[in-house]
Design a protein around this ligand. Structure first.
Ligand SMILES: [Zn+2]
Length: 408
């Protein structure tokens, strides 16, 4: 009888500490990936939103640092519902609520699907946050930033580890005490990149407030969130997490590639969607804060930087800014991009839509104009492709890639 039940459900059960734990999150293949979202965006929209109600939808456009541009549409109410479980945990663990004022850093500002030029706006200010442009951040403006910070009750900081490191370095160099600059600060949340334990400790030592990590993706919002015990617990009320290409590490830990389903987006269903990150999932962590399984990110999206002559570099964020500026100017020709740094030579590949065949020179011309505007004087080759950019050796597409000999 027991055996028949197992076969019928296609699920294996095993017992840990008397509990029955399912491993039905292990799958053979994900259902969709970023290419599907690019190709079938209209088809993915639920019927009545395809025309009539489309302009009422919220557009979330992203390339992360994978270099692949996708646009997800949300009903604004679903979007709020999707973020609700994260807000609940923020309050439960760290007493942070959605009206608490925070400091953040941005690289792109969209109005609709158009990226605004950076020069127009260096800060964004609204009721709940102050945002500083990370591409224009410089130590020389530190005094101005500090005057600005003093005017707002900044209770928490929300940014990427790489940006916080740059920020701390600038404060340290100028002997600035974080307690004086941020008298109200009581929490820092990091996202968008792998957060190393050593970095987390460095941040804590400097700011002396709890530091939590959020593992999320623009396509689904929060995926896992760090409890005060240091575990990245899956936000099970927002996403369903699955693993493919997996292997079993021990009785309850599996390693594999992650696929996520949004439990809230009812307009553009994101189902078993391959994100491109490699993780482990532990189904048996004992923790007083949460019983949700715990994720550990092994290879994730990160803010790689390409070195240029004279001690300067550009990041995957900078690259996505140039790409999205060209997209804004001439009707979104670029679907994907990748910068390759090999033998001291930089090549930027742009995968363009079939409709733009014949426009390659114009696209390259415009792209290079943005490089010039950013004072990049090095010779950078720029190549348009009409096919998707090949995967890296590790099976992952990244916005910035080094050949192994160059990266030490
Ligand atoms: Zn925990």
């Amino acid at each position: 009888m027991e055996k028949i039940k197992k076969l019928a459900k296609g699920t294996e059960y095993f017992s840990i500490k008397g509990q029955k734990i399912s491993d039905d999150f292990l799958i053979r293949t994900p259902y969709m990936d970023k290419y599907d979202v690019q190709r079938f965006q209209d088809e993915m929209l639920v019927g009545r939103y395809q025309n009539t109600y489309r302009n009422q939808l919220l557009k979330i456009r992203t390339s992360g640092s994978t270099g692949k541009i996708v646009e997800i549409l949300w009903n604004p109410d679903d979007y709020i519902a999707s973020n609700l479980s994260l807000w609940r945990e923020r309050w439960r663990y760290y007493r942070i609520k959605n009206t608490d004022f925070y400091l953040t850093f941005h690289s792109l500002i969209y109005s609709g699907t158009q990226v605004r030029e950076n020069r127009e706006l260096e800060i964004i200010l609204n009721k709940t946050y102050l945002s500083i442009n990370k591409l224009l951040f410089s130590e020389s403006k530190l005094d101005d930033y500090i005057k600005l910070f003093a005017r707002y009750p900044i209770k928490w900081i929300f940014t990427q580890p790489s940006m916080l490191l740059i920020f701390i370095k600038a404060l340290q160099k100028n002997n600035l005490d974080p307690k004086r600059i941020f008298p109200h600060l009581r929490y820092i949340e990091l996202n968008g990149e792998i957060l190393f334990q050593s970095e987390q400790e460095l941040f804590y030592d400097f700011f002396k407030v709890p530091i939590a990590n959020l593992y999320g993706a623009s396509e689904v919002n929060g995926i896992a969130y760090q409890c005060p015990g240091g575990h990245l617990h899956i936000l099970e009320k927002n996403v369903k997490v699955q693993l493919f290409n997996y292997r079993r590490i021990n009785e309850h830990i599996y390693e594999g590639e992650i696929a996520v389903s949004s439990l809230h987006n009812k307009v553009m269903p994101i189902i078993s969607y391959a994100l491109g990150d490699k993780v482990t999932i532990d189904t048996n962590v004992t923790c007083k804060y949460s019983i949700s399984p715990v994720v550990n990110i092994l290879i994730g999206r990160s803010n790689d930087r390409i070195p240029l002559l004279g001690n300067i570099s550009f990041s995957s964020y900078q690259l996505s800014y140039w790409v999205e500026r060209v997209n804004t100017e001439i009707g979104n020709p670029i679907l994907e991009y990748k910068a390759n740094y090999k033998n001291q030579k930089i090549t930027i590949f742009l995968y363009i839509k079939q409709d733009f065949r014949g426009w390659e020179n114009e696209i390259v011309y415009r792209f290079k104009k943005h490089l010039e505007k950013s004072n990049i004087k090095e010779k950078i080759d720029c190549i348009c492709l009409l096919n998707p950019i090949e995967l890296s050796d590790n099976g992952k597409v990244r916005g910035v890639e080094f050949d192994e000999e160059t990266k030490h």
